[in-house]
Design a protein around this ligand. Sequence first.
Ligand code: HEM
Length: 504
Amino acid sequence: MDTTTFLLMIPLLLTVFCVFTISRSRNPRLPPGPYPFPVIGNLLQLGNKPHRSLAALSKRYGPLMLLKLGSRTTLVISSPDMAKEFFHKHDQSFSSRSVPEIVRLNNHNESSIVWLPAEYQWRRLRRITKECLFSGQSLDASEQLRRQKVHELVDHVRECCRNEKAVNIGAVAFTTTLNIISNLLFSSNFSQYDLTSSQEIHEVISGLLEVAGKPNLVDFFPILRPLDPQGLASQVHVYFDKLFAIFDNIIDQRLQRRAVSSSYDTDLSTQHDVLDLLLDINFKDDHELSINDMKSFFMDLLVAGSDTVSITLEWAMTELIRNPKKLETARIELMKHMHNNDKTLNEHNIPQLPYLQAIIKETLRLHPPGPFLVPHQATHDVEVEGFIVPKDAQILCNVWAIGRDPKVWSNANVFMPERFLEAKTDYRGQDFELIPFGAGRRSCPGLNLARRELHTILVSLIYNFDWKLEGNMRAQDLDMEEKFGLSLPRNVPLMAIPIDHDRL
Ligand code: HEM
């Protein structure tokens, strides 16, 4: 062997040595998993669709699998029973978050409802979301606002229909959901359907979602933090600063208005939007909820509540366009409950529409917008099913894999809303085979708002219009690949041309 060959072989020998050493020294009480390479661990096995790669790996290693992602110990859950162990039996021990690097910028993790540990300040924010936004009473009170926003959507689609113009379903759904939340928070629209008008806030939020969805090397190798090798931290800084400046402006204007308004009082029942309610709390509780806490809260709700809903709607429309008979069944069911000149669904009618509800469940089963939930973290060593889950390990629950597991679902890859007509399975966190909103104390607080939005917006699109694909593309030819990021949208946006029912 010449010297050059020997030198070239050194990295290979080192790798083999390390793998051997790690495999020998692996604690047998740790869950099984693929052997990690030195330094990078199992990163190369993630590929560009980690939900699919990890689903495949779990077939080999089982429903609880241990990986090393760079230096981060990660546990992957891939079965309903295991999910129940974590988020029901040991819920408290796994209710912390594993915090990504970009969330640490501007210390957002210290005031964010999504990233705070499940302690006092987090409980307080959860209570506020419930009282101000998501209780049945608050949601009933804001129904009119949602109807108005859905009307605006229908008007826009009607305009496209007249001009035979294709609609980007995900984009218009995003505008609708963003405006619903921005109106709940500030009584103002953050986006417009008309692309010629200014879309600054819309662009900042979508930019933030996009950057936050990119895999960040610093999460796997914290030692690289000062280098910010992909420039993600600097991009996020820019978005944070822009968004916080917008919030500052809105808050200043509101404070000025409140200062001059003689009718202003601190009786919560007379207030309208969440900003008013939070300013009241700030005023009453001697600034226990600071202006900075409020800005983090607004950002979290806008980010968590806009693209999750719009992505689900885009997938629901995709599946219905591919399955015209199922679309027709949904319409026939709707005819019985809608009156002639209704454009939108009354939210109280949702329980009377079992097929529509089944469509939403089936869409969330096949296309959960958060394929791994939001990463949890073990607060201490925990024994689960005979294995040790080490303190500080990151926990990913692969709800995408659970939704497609043939051991759990018959014809698992087929869109079949009918499966939910007889079954009582629901997505509220009791049935662990369907947990797109998570389960346990960290589950999604926006579920009830999302449920109302998903059903009413979908109805407005399928009841008022028929749809054909752009360029006479056949529905069977639609690309069904997803793009992995912070959420799981379609890889190629769904572009469809609305057709008036009367012209069919
Ligand atoms: C289809 C719609 C939605 C889906 C599928 C969804 C899903 C989820 C999931 C999977 C989590 C994490 C659960 C866990 O880690 O165990 C979550 C958390 C959260 N969601 Fe949603 N969500 C949706 C809509 C919304 C909406 C409309 C809002 C509010 C406007 C919202 C606000 C939040 C917040 C604040 C959290 C963090 C909760 C915490 O960490 O305590 N979500 N959501």
